[in-house]
Design a protein around this ligand. Structure first.
Ligand code: ATR
Length: 283
């Protein structure tokens, strides 16, 4: 068995790129580690976490549908996971399993590649969706105190709940879709956190681009397809765009650092993800 055992628990796992991304870094850095996929059903979650604990795993990532329930079976939460209300990374610290959330900071780091911190602070931001990914993104954004965050969700009540958890300096509001779309000219950063645009509905778009200002950035958390219909339309309209691959890479890189204490090569991780996904299944 490798010295550093890691992995991803979720169900169904499909074709996750996490094992390749992490295992390539182990090779590069000369770490005796291995990142596995553990397809674990909801009813097996407790046993699965116990098994990883007994095997002495250095940690693991968590994906759908366990990001919330896993909190019942670990020992404590880092504030990142506590505030977001979901865990995507567990780290073994001495004998305790500690839950972190690296999705929000991972997203923010990807945003900082295309917008400065000052631009983020001065931005009026639109967040489409109010699920787990939106919670992580909104929390990380709200810590930077942007001018405003407007949350729009199909189920408005969930947007209200998300707003009530964001107690930071940013002005957070909840709006109905039609009302917010009519204020498109106000937004500097528009972020789609829903699955609209993913296979099989690759021709659907989550948001109108009408009257969006020329300097705006459209950011989609989806990265498969690499360029969603919405991002393609935005790019063709001359807007800046950002897909979700940077968030995926950065959340993994942050987890890697917690587990190993070493900084992985993020450019190589990004290149690996691009090699696998760019040009595939595009709308
Ligand atoms: P994730 O962890 O990826 O954020 P999630 O917690 O299930 O996943 O959240 C999915 C989000 O996408 C929710 O905001 C959901 O809206 P509801 O709260 O109304 O369910 C949104 N979403 C998914 N499919 C959608 C669709 N076809 N139209 C509008 N919103 C959709």
């Amino acid at each position: 068995m490798p010295k550093t055992l890691l992995g991803l628990i979720g169900h169904p796992l499909g074709h996750s790129l996490s094992p390749q991304m992490h295992n390539e870094q182990f090779g590069r850095l000369g770490i005796d580690g291995y990142y596995h996929l553990f397809d674990i059903r909801e009813e097996e979650l407790e046993k699965g976490v116990q098994a990883l604990r007994q095997l002495g795993a250095a940690g693991f990532n968590i994906t759908i549908p366990h990001k919330v329930n896993v909190m019942n079976y670990i020992d404590r939460l880092d504030p990142s996971a506590e505030k977001i209300g979901a865990v995507n990374t567990v780290v073994r610290e001495k004998d305790a399993l500690v839950g972190y959330n690296t999705d929000g900071e991972g997203y923010l780091e990807s945003l900082l590649a295309i917008r400065s911190l000052d631009q983020i602070k001065n931005a009026n931001i639109l967040v489409i969706g109010a699920g787990g990914a939106a919670r992580a993104v909104c929390y990380a954004l709200s810590l930077r105190g942007p001018e405003s965050i407007t949350i729009v969700n199909r189920t408005q009540e969930k947007a209200e709940q998300l707003k009530s958890h964001l107690k930071n300096a940013a002005a957070v509001r909840v709006a109905a879709k039609e009302e917010a779309e009519s204020r498109n000219h106000e937004f500097d950063i528009l972020i789609n956190t829903t699955s609209i645009g993913m296979s099989p509905e690759i021709n659907k778009s989550p948001w109108s681009l009408e009257n969006v200002k020329a300097s705006a950035l459209c950011s989609d958390l989806i990265y498969n397809p690499w360029e969603t219909r919405w991002l393609k339309d935005a790019r063709e309209a001359g807007l800046d765009t950002l897909n979700g691959s940077g968030m995926f890479v950065n959340q993994g890189a942050l987890a890697f650092k917690y587990w190993t204490g070493e900084e992985p090569d993020r450019q190589a991780m990004q290149a690996l993800v691009e090699d696998h996904l760019k040009g595939e299944n595009n709308a």
